[in-house]
Design a binder for this molecule. Structure first.
Ligand code: 5GP
Ligand code: ZN
Length: 139
């Protein structure tokens, strides 16, 4: 079986499992993290499977980085955080749990602790509302 067949993010790209999408272009897809570290936590992925930073092509890396910048700007405008954290993990030892290259875009508010990503699910209603706000702020 190919590496992509069981990859959860490839399944999202193929439409086999749902995701609350915020932005899409030819090379990238951005959607709400299902277990967010903070409100507005987004994931930006390349549509083509690559396990991590070591494997991804330059074209996809550039496209994901530019999309992450665009989404960070939109999240900043829409949610008015005090900061935005960008996280990216390579290998289980570094904290990676989904082995399809992705960038976390995490809004941060002063005095509000950031949770651990991938721990507690948010409600679909809350994620949909946040996605709508961020989508509207996209330029
Ligand atoms: P990492 O691999 O960088 O540690 O984190 C993977 C992230 O993917 C986690 O924050 C987790 O909540 C998120 N995640 C895992 N499975 C799904 C899924 O099916 N849908 C969405 N939207 N996010 C997911
Ligand atoms: Zn994949």
């Amino acid at each position: 079986m190919s590496e992509t067949a069981n990859c959860i993010f490839c399944k999202i790209v193929r439409g086999e499992i749902p995701a609350i999408k915020v932005h899409e272009d030819e090379l990238t897809l951005s959607f709400m993290d299902i277990q967010p570290a903070s409100p507005g936590h987004l994931l930006v992925i390349a549509k083509t499977h690559a396990a991590n930073l070591l494997d991804i092509t330059e074209a996809d890396l550039l496209a994901v980085t530019l999309a992450a910048q665009r989404l960070a700007r939109a999240a900043w405008k829409a949610l008015e955080p005090d900061g935005i954290r960008i996280n990216q993990f390579n290998g289980a030892a570094a904290g990676q749990s989904v082995f399809h290259y992705h960038v976390h875009v995490i809004p941060v508010w002063e005095g509000r602790k950031i949770g651990s990503h991938g721990r507690a699910p948010a409600s679909p209603e809350e994620l949909t509302a946040l996605a709508g706000k961020i989508r509207q702020a996209l330029v």
